[in-house]
Design a protein around this ligand. Structure first.
Ligand code: E4P
Length: 217
C-alpha cells in the first residue's frame, strides 16, 4: 500500500518524507489556501517545490469545471513535472477530460468520489487514481469505509487498473481498515500517519529496557 500525505505544507511534507515511507502527495484548493498560496505563479512554484521534496506522484487539482478548460489547465499542470497527476472532479466534463488525458498518457486522480457508481465511471474513463472521501461520508452518517470495500470488489471483478486512493482520512484506524480492504493508496494528514507510530506499550517497554540497560552499562 502506498502512503501519500494530504497537505500543501512543505514542512509537513519534509517531515513525512524524512521517515522514508512517503510515496506521494495530494493537495486540493483548500489545502493550498491554508498555506497562503495565491495566484497562478505561486501555485506553480509551490508544486515545483513539492516535486523536489518527494519522489512520487503529486496530485494537482484543476479549478475549471468545463471540458475545454479542464483540458487546458490539466495540460499546463502536467508540464510542471513528470510526477504531476492532474486531479479532476467527478463531474460529467471531468469524466470526459479523464478519458482525454488517458489517451494522451497524462495521469489523473478523479476526486470528490462518494459512490461506487462514480468510481465505476472513473475507472471506465481510465483514471489513474480514484479518490473516495471516507471522512466526509462518515461526517454525514454514511459508512466511508464501506465505500472502499465496495469499490475494491467492483475493481477486482473486472481487473480495472485504476488505483483506489482512499482520501479524507481522519485518524489511524481509517488507514488500518483501508489496508485490510486492499486500498492501493491512502492519503492522510501528517497527524494520522504519525499516529501509526505510537503504542503506549512500546513507550513503556522502551523505558524499561533503557533503565535496565543502565544496570549493566
Ligand atoms: C485529497 O485528495 C482530498 O482532497 C482530501 O483528502 C480531502 O480531505 P478532507 O475531507 O479532510 O478535506
Amino acid at each position: 500500500m502506498k502512503i501519500f500525505i494530504d497537505t500543501a505544507n512543505l514542512d509537513e511534507i519534509k517531515e513525512a518524507a524524512s521517515l522514508g515511507i512517503l510515496d506521494g502527495v495530494t493537495t486540493n484548493p483548500s489545502l493550498m489556501a491554508k498555506v497562503g498560496i495565491k495566484g497562478k505563479n505561486a501555485v506553480i512554484k509551490h508544486y515545483e517545490a513539492i516535486c523536489k521534496l518527494v519522489e512520487g506522484d503529486i496530485s494537482a487539482e484543476v479549478l475549471s469545471t468545463d471540458y475545454e478548460n479542464i483540458i487546458k489547465e490539466g495540460e499546463e499542470l502536467s508540464k510542471i513535472h513528470p510526477n504531476i497527476v492532474v486531479k479532476v472532479p467527478m463531474i460529467k466534463d471531468g469524466i470526459k477530460a479523464i478519458r482525454y488525458f488517458y489517451d494522451k498518457g497524462i495521469k489523473t486522480n478523479c476526486t470528490l468520489v462518494f459512490s461506487s457508481g462514480q468510481a465505476l465511471l472513473a475507472a471506465k474513463a481510465g483514471a489513474t487514481y480514484v479518490s473516495p472521501f471516507i471522512g466526509r461520508l462518515d461526517d454525514v452518517s454514511s459508512d466511508g469505509l464501506q465505500l472502499i470495500r465496495d469499490i475494491a470488489l467492483i475493481y477486482n471483478n473486472y481487473c480495472f487498473e485504476t488505483e483506489i486512493l482512499a482520501a479524507s482520512i481522519r485518524h489511524p484506524m481509517h488507514i488500518i481498515e483501508c489496508a485490510k480492504m486492499g486500498a492501493d493508496v491512502i492519503t492522510a494528514p501528517l497527524s494520522a500517519i504519525m499516529a501509526l507510530l505510537h503504542h503506549p506499550l512500546t513507550d513503556k517497554g522502551l523505558d524499561i529496557f533503557l533503565k535496565d540497560a543502565e544496570k549493566w552499562k
